[in-house]
Design a protein around this ligand. Structure first.
Ligand code: SF4
Length: 356
């Protein structure tokens, strides 16, 4: 299996995808593709949140003109998302797209796909080919059903077509309607091909539901060592997608995204208002970008162990608690001293001014 260290490297603007480079976090704008100002602002907001690659839909010629304007203002590379009309891919390449995303299954004839490949090659930009369980070739569905094998066979056809055009600057995404099928398709693809893969759980849904589905799906893929770029799809503000993507990657130790809180669920042994303490610590850490682990634990059962493992931690007890730094107890504190001292300790680490 080709894990992320072994995939080919694809350059997108000043970014590298694959070959063990850090997993690139992407998102997609959701405002009107004809509103240049709204797009410029949303791209900037996404970049401010840490998004490294932003995708814009280009459904018509007017949107391609707007894309060119947005590209001039964008601090990050932009991907043009193309469906149905190959001429929009050509227009987006002309407009300065750093990468094109197509689903050849809805572009039409082979000749049209070839025209896109030729234009991308001339511009020196890569293409992401998205294969979706909802738009598989009919003969593959008849033969394999809607399955991981059908998704990989569809990808194989596009690889063959691209190779015949001497175009190999490719990233693939295989998406399916259910999490187990999506994971299986990504795994099966990596058994055969060393092209970098873009991970996503399509139509994950709103809020918490979408986050849970994304974490379950993307986590399953990441755990195999797969995935070179990632997007979390949530209904709503795309800026939220960026934070969730980083948090998932952070949980796997694959990217840093500021402080991580480790806190216990509390139980009958807990004698302090732990939820309140955790909320205070979370609030204070919001602006801190330093990657550090902070443990906030409710009692002596698992508290000292977890607090010792963290960069900074507190293990509470009935009459106060212990403050840890890098595995050592540095203070025995009364209950009302715990939070202020913990925050002072974090402040020292981060060099930032945190208000208690
Ligand atoms: S650390 Fe203590 S309070 Fe927290 S869940 Fe474990 S036993 Fe309960």
């Amino acid at each position: 299996m080709y894990t992320r260290e072994q995939t080919r490297v694809v350059r997108v603007g000043d970014l590298y995808i694959g070959g063990g480079h850090p997993i690139v976090v992407q998102s997609m704008t959701n405002c009107d593709p004809h509103d240049a100002q709204a797009l410029i602002e949303q791209v900037q907001a996404l970049a401010n949140a840490g998004c490294e690659l932003v995708r814009l839909t280009v459904p018509d010629a007017e949107a391609a003109e707007v894309f060119a304007k947005v590209r001039k203002h964008s601090p990050v590379p932009l991907v043009a998302d193309i469906h149905f009309d190959y001429r929009m891919a050509l227009a987006a390449i002309e407009a300065g797209a750093d990468k094109i995303r197509i689903n050849p299954g809805n572009i039409g004839s082979e000749d049209r796909v070839k025209q896109i490949l030729r234009a991308a090659k001339a511009a020196g930009i890569p293409i992401r080919i998205g294969v979706n369980s909802g738009s598989l070739p009919k003969d593959l569905v008849a033969r394999y059903g809607v399955s991981a094998q059908a998704l990989v066979e569809a990808a194989a056809r596009y690889i063959d077509l691209c190779q015949r055009c001497d175009f190999t600057d490719l990233v693939f995404s295989l998406k399916a309607s259910t999490v187990p099928l999506a994971i299986e398709a990504v795994r099966l693809f990596a058994e055969k091909y060393d092209f970098p893969q873009h991970l996503g759980i399509t139509e994950a849904g709103p809020g918490e539901l979408g986050i849970i589905k994304s974490a379950a799906g993307l986590g399953g893929m990441l755990a195999y060592g797969l995935g070179d770029t990632i997007r979390v799809s949530l209904t709503g503000d795309p800026v939220r997608e960026v934070e969730v993507a980083y948090r998932i990657l952070q949980a796997y130790g694959l990217r840093d995204y500021g402080p991580m809180i480790v806190s216990c669920p509390t139980c009958g042994r807990c004698s302090v208002p732990l939820e309140e303490i955790v909320a205070q610590v979370s609030e204070a850490l919001k602006e801190v970008k330093t990657p550090l682990t902070v443990a906030v634990m409710g009692c002596a059962v698992n508290g000292p162990g977890e607090a010792r493992e963290a960069d900074i931690g507190i293990a509470c007890g009935p009459n106060g608690g212990l403050l840890f730094r890098h595995g050592e107890v540095i203070a025995k504190l009364a209950t009302d001293e715990l939070v202020p001292r913990l925050l002072a300790e974090i402040r020292q680490f981060s060099g930032r001014n945190i208000l208690c």
